[in-house]
Design a protein. Structure first.
Length: 331
């Protein structure tokens, strides 16, 4: 196994060095496993001085994400780490937008606008290479792969205009396009990344915008961020049947804020609070997924913790839908 990843790193490294020469390469870091492992691979196989890592704090990130990302990338020896605060731009672009595909488009366009403006500030040339942590399931689910699975969702900006234009000019680098998530994890482990990154559940590029259903606002993102952090913290604390933490038995877990108010009781009076859905699945490659069979006690206790700490949420549901027919994210 070690040998396989050594070979992958060597071969990818030499083809990247040949393609890039001393040109700079830009990688957008989402905080997820794929982009972090790609960052590690680029830093290891190229001159770190030519690797520009850009992380956008879009306001759609998980709780504590910016600090986590900064910490990880500094440990990897990043020389050019650009942390961009652009919450207002993203939330502004999402104002009044409810349709899921329109949200993805607004976010994709904003990523490009911010990226172009920041690259100009940094003096990165128009011919700058762009690395993406796109993995195999993203390519086929986005409908751009050779084996088209039909357009499930416009994932990862795989087909965004800037990316397409760069692709035409041979400036896109996607070393993981033939890998599954577990391959990326194995490679990351080989590259020396810790469990806190490798075992992290996947997080979608458009961030909380696909988990705040309906219109996205700062207030609703803040509510979801808190609820999600409580859910994840509990999964890390509680043990599952195998003796491992529930978090490690589950492939992906997260909270979703529904665009729905429901009646509840707050301080003895009738109150219409938000409804939150919890999702936890097992999977091997995200192409299919099964509902995680929680012990009832765990899910009830987690629900109570959320509603007691977040007064804006009055009701919690657990999503018991497999993929297919449901997808993992709700949108
Ligand atoms: P679905 O919802 O299609 O998700 O069953 C499959 C896996 O992909 C993640 N996902 C995304 N990841 N950008 C991403 O980087 C996206 O737009 C996106 N949409 C879904 C999802 O979290 C799951 O792991």
């Amino acid at each position: 196994m070690e040998l396989k990843w050594q070979q992958f790193a060597d071969e990818t490294g030499s083809s990247l060095r040949e393609k890039l020469g001393s040109e700079p390469v830009l990688l957008l870091i989402s905080g997820g496993v794929d982009s972090t492992v790609l960052g590690a691979l680029l830093l290891k196989t190229l001159d770190p001085a030519q690797v520009h890592l850009m992380y956008m704090d879009t306001g759609l990130m998980r709780k504590g994400e910016t600090g986590f990302v900064r910490n990880q990338l500094e440990k990897l020896g990043a020389k050019h780490l650009h942390i961009i605060s652009c919450e207002d731009s993203f939330l502004g672009a999402l104002k009044g937008v409810e349709d899921p595909e329109a949200k993805r488009k607004a976010i994709g366009d904003m990523f490009i606008q911010v990226q172009e403006a920041e690259c100009a500030k940094l003096g990165l040339p128009d011919s700058c290479f762009l690395a993406q942590g796109t993995i195999y399931p993203d390519v086929i689910e986005s409908g751009t792969g050779k084996e088209k699975a039909g357009l499930v969702k416009s994932h990862h900006n795989v087909g965004s205009p800037l990316v397409e234009e760069k692709r035409q000019r041979g400036l896109i680098i996607e070393p993981f396009a033939a890998l599954y998530k577990d391959d990326v994890r194995a490679l990351g482990r080989f590259l020396g990344l810790g469990d806190e990154v490798i075992n992290r559940h996947p997080f979608p590029g458009p961030g909380l915008a696909v988990r705040v259903l309906g219109e996205v606002s700062k207030e609703r993102c803040d509510i979801l961020r808190e609820a999600d952090a409580i859910f994840i913290e509990e999964l890390k604390k509680r043990k599952g049947k195998s003796g491992k933490a529930l978090y490690d038995e589950i492939w992906q877990a997260f909270a979703v804020l529904l665009p729905l108010r429901s009646v509840g009781i707050l301080e003895g009076t009738r109150n219409f609070g938000w409804v939150l859905a919890l999702r936890a699945i097992t999977s091997t490659n995200a192409m299919t997924a099964e509902v995680f069979p929680f012990e009832t006690r765990d899910i009830i206790e987690i629900s109570s913790l959320i509603t007691s700490r977040i007064p804006e949420i009055c009701r919690v549901t657990y999503d018991v839908s497999n993929k297919p027919p449901a997808t993992i994210e709700w949108e």
